[in-house]
Design a protein around this ligand. Sequence first.
Ligand code: 0RA
Length: 646
Amino acid sequence: MSDEIKKNSYSADSIQALEGMEHVRMRPSMYIGDTGVRGLHHLVYEVVDNSIDEALAGHCDTISVFINEDNSVTVEDNGRGIPVDMHKKEGVSALEVVMTKIGAGGKFDKDSYKVSGGLHGVGVSCVNALSDNLKATVFRDGKVYEQEYEKGKAMYPVKQVGETTKRGTMVTFHPDKTIFTQTIEYSYDTLAARMRELSFLNKGITITLTDKRHTKDNGDFEGEVFHSKEGLKEFVRFLDAGREPIISHVISMEHEKGEVPVEVALVYNTSYSENIFSYVNNINTHEGGTHLQGFRMGLTRTLKKYADASGLLDKLKFEISGDDFREGLTAIISVKVSEPQFEGQTKTKLGNREVVSPVSQAVSEMLENYLEENPNDAKIIVQKVILAAQARHAAKKAREMVQRKTVLGGGGLPGKLSDCSEQDPAKCEVYLVEGDSAGGTAKQGRDRNFQAIMPLRGKILNVEKAMHHKVFENEEIRNIFTALGVTIGTEEDSKALNLDKLRYHKVIIMCDADVDGSHIATLILTFFFRFMRELIEGGHVYIAAPPLYLVKKGNKKEYAWTDDQRDLANERMGGSAAIQRYKGLGEMNAEQLWETTMDPAYRTLRQVNIDNLAEADRVFSMLMGDEVPPRREFIEKNAVYANIDA
Ligand code: 0RA
C-alpha cells in the first residue's frame, strides 16, 4: 500500500473504498459513460440527483447550481444535510462514507425512497473520484461541517468549521483534467436544458443555475431560475410552443398511489410527427420500453373504442393502425420505478414488465374522462386519426417505392451522386452540398478515393410541415435515402432505421456560411432528426465549416473563420492585406475548397449530437414552424465542435 493511501485511511473498510475509487479512475467510462463532454456534464447530474432525491423525500425545495469561474461546479440544497456522525460499521463519518465509498449513496438511510439518480446510479463518490478537488459542506444541527478530497481521497477527517442557522448540503467539485482530457469547460446551455427538464419532471422544486463565468450588462451573473408549478403539463406546453394545438387543453394525470407512480401529459397539434418522451426516475429513456408500451396500449385502446362507438370510422375502408393515433401527438410519460432494469444498446430502455399495466390503465382512465368531458375535442382527435390513416395509406405506397428503388434497384444510385471508389463504408464520406455549382467545385476538389459528392437542389422539403407521404414522394429526399443506402423498417412498432447498409460513415452537410446556407443546413438536419435520427445518434452527421475570409498579401495567404482570425492574419502580414469575404461556397475554386473545408488534415467538422432529445425536438419545431428563426445561432449551439480528424 502506498504511503499516500495509508495516510488517508481510517479503517480496513475505507481501504476497500479507496480501491473502488481507484477503479473508477482507471475505468471512468464504466461509471459515467465516457470522459468527453457528455461524461463531464454527467458529473453535475449525479450530484444534482442526490439533492433531487432529498427533495422527493420531502425534505428540500431549492437546489442551486453554480458554474464557477474555474469550471468547478457547486450544487447546494436546503435539505437535511448529509449526516456527519460516526458511521458505526465504517468507523468514519457518514459523510465520508457517502463521498468515498462506491455505491454507498444514501443507502444507510433505509427509509429513503431513492427514485432519481443517474443513469449509472453511481452516486456522488464517483464524482469525487473523478475530481481533482471536491469540498463537501454540511449545514446541520446549527453547525457547519466540512471535508475536502483530492481525486477521491479525504484530505482530513470531517471537521466543524462554524455555526449556522441554515440546513443543507453543498458540494463543490472540480473535474480532473487528467481524466477529462478533451475539455473541462461546462456548457451553460447543456446544463440549463437538463435543469429545466428536471424542474418539469419534479414540480414544485426550484432549481437555479448561475454561470459565474459570465456577467450580464447590469453586472449580474448569467443565470436562470427553473420552477414548474404544473409539471408535465407545462413541459408539454413548453415543447409545443412552436406548434399549434388542435384541442383546448393539455390532457394530463398523475397516479401517485400505486406501486409505480405514473405521470402523463399529452396534446394533439397540427403537425404530422409523433413526439413522445419517456422518463424513468428522471432519466430520458430514448429507447422506450415497458412504460412506453403501456402508454401506447392505453392510448390506442381508449381512442379506438371511442372512435368505433362514434361511428366516424364507418366510411373508412381499411384498418386504423396504432401509428395513426399518434400523429401530431406530443406526450410525456414519467414513471418512478424503485428497481429499474435498463436494457437496449444505450441502456435507455425500461425492461420491468410490471410497469406496463399500471401505465396503460392510468392512460386509459385519463383519456376516457377527457373524451367524455370534452366531446368536441374528442371529435377533433378522431378526425385527425382518420386523416392520419388515409395519409399513411398513401405514404406506404410512396415509401415502398423508395424501398424498392433502394434495395432492389441494382445500379440505382441517384444520377447526381458522384460516388467514391473506396468500398469500406467506415472509410467513406459523402458531402451533401448546397447547389449544383458548389457541387461541381466540390467534385473537382475532393479526394475521389473516399469522398462522394451529392449536390442538393436549393431548399429541400421542410419535413416539419409536410405529410409523410409527401416526404417519401419527394425526389430530393428519395435521393438521399438511396445515396446513403438506408431503409426504414415497415413493421408497426419497429420503424427503426436500418443502418446496416449505410454507405458512408460520415455524412457531411456543406452549405454557404450565410443565412440561406444555415437555413438549408437546418432543413437537412430537420429531415435527419425526424426520419433518420439513428444516423445522428450514431455520430454520423457532421457540418462542414467553410471559411469566411481569405486574407492575402503578396504570396502569403491565410483563411479565417472568424473576424478575430481575420484581423490576426492581417496583422501577421503587417497590415493592409487584401481581404476577400466569401459570400458562398461558389466563390471558392476547387483547390481552395479542398484546402479549407474538405481536406481531413485541415478542415474542421462539427459533429451533430443530440444530448437532450426533448430540447432538440422543441428547437426543430420552433425553427421550422412559422416564426422567423435564428437559425445560424441554432446551428452554432447544437453542433459541438469536434476535431475528429486530429
Ligand atoms: C441520507 C440521510 C440523510 C440525508 C441524506 C441522505 C442526504 C443526502 C444528500 C445528498 C445531497 N443532499 C443531501 N441531503 C440529504 C439524513 C437522515 C436524517 O437526518 O435523519
